[in-house]
Design a protein around this ligand. Structure first.
Ligand SMILES: Nc1ncnc2c1ncn2[C@@H]1O[C@H](COP(=O)(O)OP(=O)(O)OP(=O)(O)O)[C@@H](O)[C@H]1O
Length: 265
């Protein structure tokens, strides 16, 4: 196709569409954050560099070229949260993660938790909350949690209300950190979770709740978090924290999420 003096092929159109899509995704990721200003600043420098290069100002071009090279590395450091989120979105896209072969390869298993086990978790949460003992309970869906289980003390125990209540008792030696429930067993306690520190986390949120958001952002696990200060039960799913959930609603919400085959994006 010819537009004026420009000859445009279908690969050029594809190229433009892909670049537009990428730029839009970057815009969505950095929108509203401090990173968006950095991104804009970098874009201005790049446009300036193109103008300078077009005008054949050799010295300034060389300086800006060097600056752009160093800037690219600086951008990776500045945007590490956004890049991580972007790669997670790609890694969790339904086309791959719903595929049986990829699930085996990634160590993912079928989702679901027996209703008796779910009831035990909910009853334990109710009891822990009423005693104002804090708790952090990670429940595996499909994604492998072995990496996080390794950070804690192995338990490999049957799921039961008395066990969970005693683990999170304030005098227990196991109450620090998170309990991870995987494949119908209480795998470990005292586990260390990644902490969410993105712009969407309100500064008032403490580390227990940040850790719940962090692991639910990094994996598809559901996390029950109970505040030691307020006794409130919250649920973290897909990086989002749903605060102050009534115990009566918790079981339904957990069952709905854990038993669904839906993979987040
Ligand atoms: N990254 C983490 N991984 C696992 N557990 C954590 C992590 N960060 C904090 N915790 C647990 O949360 C506990 C309380 O942390 P903190 O008081 O900062 O959280 P909070 O969100 O304010 O919760 P609370 O309302 O219960 O005080 C810690 O003692 C620890 O057991």
């Amino acid at each position: 196709m010819r537009i004026g003096f420009l000859v445009i092929s279908w690969t050029d159109v594809l190229d433009i569409l892909l670049v537009s899509f990428l730029l839009y995704q970057i815009y969505v990721l950095v929108k509203g954050s401090i990173a968006s200003r950095v991104f804009l600043g970098y874009l201005f420098v790049y446009v300036f560099y193109l103008i300078v290069k077009g005008l054949r100002l050799e010295l300034l071009t060389a300086i800006l070229q060097y600056f752009m090279g160093v800037g690219a590395i600086a951008l990776i450091v500045i945007f590490q949260q956004e890049i991580r989120r972007f790669l997670l979105i790609i890694g969790k896209s339904t086309a791959f993660t719903n595929n049986r072969f990829f699930n085996t390869f990634l160590g993912s298993t079928e989702p679901g938790l027996e209703s008796g086990n779910l009831k035990a978790i909910v009853e334990a949460s109710r009891s822990i909350a009423s005693d104002f003992n804090g708790a952090l309970i990670v429940i595996k869906k499909k994604d492998d949690l072995e990496k996080y289980i390794q950070t804690g003390a192995p338990l490999d125990a049957l799921i039961s209300k008395p066990l969970l209540v005693s683990v999170f008792n304030q005098y227990s030696a196991l109450n620090d950190g998170a309990v991870i429930i995987a494949d119908g067993r209480v795998s470990a306690s005292r586990c260390i979770l990644p902490v969410a520190d993105g712009r969407e986390v309100p500064s008032s949120v403490g580390f227990r709740h940040r850790a719940a958001m962090g692991i639910s952002e990094a994996t598809d696990a559901a996390v029950v978090v109970i505040s030691e200060q307020t006794g409130r039960i919250s649920l973290a799913i897909e990086g989002e924290l749903f605060s102050n959930i009534p115990a009566s609603e918790l079981e339904m919400r957990l069952a709905e999420y854990l038993n669904s085959d839906k993979q987040r994006v």
